[in-house]
Design a protein around this ligand. Structure first.
Ligand code: G16
Length: 552
């Protein structure tokens, strides 16, 4: 039996519902798990082609991240651990949406267009999250890979960033680390221990005092894979961090009233976390590629430290260290339209700030333009990228034993540890958490002092259901609506009514909804603006169900 005959036969075991068309979204295919079996099989096929084309290992992660438990999805990982290159998103849709009888034609078309040698070996790493549907769906990916003669290494239940890490390690022949779970835990925790070793004596005592007074870092694992894998990692951290883990999968539903997305959008603490005044808390999302921090003050008020605050903390730390080390490297922060206006104003005074469209794949690409690119979406998805030249300069300086200036030597070593603690393949809640904890410790900052760096403008995110979200198209990094006609004009008019205000509307690429973002001088004005924009979307873009109502 030829390879193609095998694909044809096995694809019948994962049939595509006739007429079903799915779009590749912000981070791959994502919808109700019941609609995804054929997609998984076909993404297995595509991963084999991508592996043959790049002559490298490719990753396939079965997850729907922040979405509800009944959804699922698939993320494809390119050789350096980044999201699959956008030019292949087209191919993924071509395969995903080909009816059963033309699947082979669609497959052969990709092979021909990309001039793929089918004699080349293919190696695929597979991972999955904790959703009940993930087991069967990851088996469908394996079936697809093996039908086209690819080799599978199944890592089982891992966080999305762990799978990205494994792919990068494998394709750098171990230079980035060892492609094993132990390799991941060891690399990150050793770098974290190194980072915190540099805490000055006086600062260290303050930090220990804070740790013992607030006791621990509280972590909300979103009842997802991040909780399981963080548990595994704890023993590698040599007691340098004491973690109290909540929403750890023992009871409670994935992402339900917990997790980074819930905390960010609702602007309140997750269920199931017992927070005391002033304690540092953080939440992961369902596949642990996002993180947000928060705490409660003595008046019981909730304070959120989202991706913007994390980017500010890390970006300014890196800039300080570069200055102390005397290294001439440019640090830039990449943001999206969701970045709070206050964060942008603050950052523009101290660093270069660059803008791009929502989606890690865009931010990652934009951050690669700089010596050191810090990218974070406000929702807590982000990381830091160091160019090869920057890594080389920092490593050389950190290893230079002739440096007499202690401040300079320490700064170089801190930069070096930062390179190793951060997962450069993709945003990683565990790795980001270790870097934030390390930076706070080194700088002797409490969570309140970090929060006080700047004050967020009040903001609100809403979701609106419309008949077809594709009716809304956007431009200018998704900050302005192009269609339907009249909607942008309506938003512009509404924004003029409130001081310091801004609002935008865009279709989600992960959920079947339209997202509305608003910010203004007061929470009352922000909520009023968000409500009016929701109504404009509902009326001009084909809202379904009841008209949106004010939140309170
Ligand atoms: C994915 C993307 C993120 C994006 C988020 C929401 O995250 O990787 O870059 O911000 O979806 O996208 P949208 O607003 O288009 O729904 P995750 O963590 O859900 O995989």
């Amino acid at each position: 039996m030829t390879q193609f005959e095998k694909v044809f036969r096995n694809s019948a075991l994962h049939p595509k519902p006739v007429g079903l068309v799915l779009q590749y979204g912000t981070a791959g295919f994502r919808t109700n798990a019941k609609e995804l079996d054929h997609i998984m099989f076909r993404m297995g096929l595509l991963a084999v082609l991508r592996s043959k084309k790049t002559k490298a290992t490719i990753g396939v992660m079965v997850t729907a991240s922040h979405n509800p438990e009944e959804d699922n999805g698939v993320k494809l990982v390119d050789p350096m651990g980044e999201m699959v290159t956008p030019s292949w998103e087209e191919y993924s849709m071509q395969l995903a949406n080909a009816e059963q009888d033309v699947l082979l034609t669609a497959l052969k078309d990709v092979i021909e267009k990309e001039a793929i040698s089918m004699d080349q070996d293919a190696n695929i790493f597979i991972g999955k999250d904790t959703r009940p549907s993930s087991e069967k769906l990851s088996q469908a990916v394996s079936d697809g890979v093996m039908s086209l003669g690819g080799h599978v290494h199944d890592y089982g239940v891992v966080t999305t960033p762990q799978l990205h890490f494994m792919v990068r390690c494998q394709n750098t022949q171990g230079c980035y680390g060892s492609p094993t779970m132990e390799g991941y835990y060891r690399k990150l925790s050793q770098a974290f221990v190194q980072l915190t070793k540099h805490v000055r004596q006086s600062t260290f005592h303050q930090w220990v005092h804070r740790l013992t007074s607030s006791k621990h870092l509280l972590v909300d694992g979103a009842n997802g894979v991040g909780a399981l894998r963080l548990r595994d990692m704890e023993r590698f951290l040599q007691n340098q961090l004491q973690i109290s883990l909540f929403n750890d999968c023992r009871e409670g539903k994935l992402n339900f009233q917990c997790g980074a997305d819930y905390v960010k959008v609702q602007q309140k603490p997750p269920q199931g976390v017992e927070m005391s005044v002033g304690e540092r808390c953080c939440s992961f999302d369902g596949d642990a590629d996002r993180i947000v921090y928060y705490y409660k003050d003595s008046d019981g008020c909730f304070h959120l430290q989202d991706g913007d605050k994390i980017a500010t903390l890390i970006g300014t730390f890196l800039k300080d260290m570069l200055t102390q080390a005397g290294l001439d490297l440019q640090v830039a922060v990449v943001q999206t339209a969701y970045a709070n206006g206050s964060s942008t104003r603050y950052l523009e005074d101290v660093l270069k700030v660059s803008w791009c469209t929502t989606g890690v794949k865009h931010l990652h690409h934009a951050a690669q333009e700089f010596d050191i690119g810090v990218y974070f979406e406000a929702n807590g998805h982000g990381t830091v990228l160091f160019s090869n030249a920057a890594v080389h300069k920092i490593e050389k300086l950190a290893q230079d034993s002739s440096i007499k200036n202690e401040k300079k030597r320490t700064a170089a070593q801190l930069l070096h540890s930062t390179i190793n603690v951060i997962n450069q393949a993709v945003g990683d809640a565990i790795s980001d958490m270790l870097l934030v904890e390390g930076v706070l410790a080194v700088q002797g900052l409490s969570v309140q002092q970090w929060d006080a760096i700047y004050s967020d403008l009040p903001n609100r995110q809403r979701k609106i259901k419309v008949a077809d979200r594709r009716v809304i198209t956007t431009t200018d990094a998704e900050r302005r609506v192009v269609t339907p006609p009249g909607l942008q004009e309506a938003v512009d008019m509404l924004v003029k009514k409130y001081p310091q205000s801004r609002a935008f509307v865009r279709p989600s690429g992960t959920e079947d909804i339209i997202r509305v973002y608003a910010e203004a001088d007061t929470q009352e004005n922000t909520d009023a603006l968000a409500q009016e924009v929701c109504l404009a979307v509902y009326r001009l873009a084909g809202g379904v169900g009841e008209e949106p109502k004010p939140l309170h």
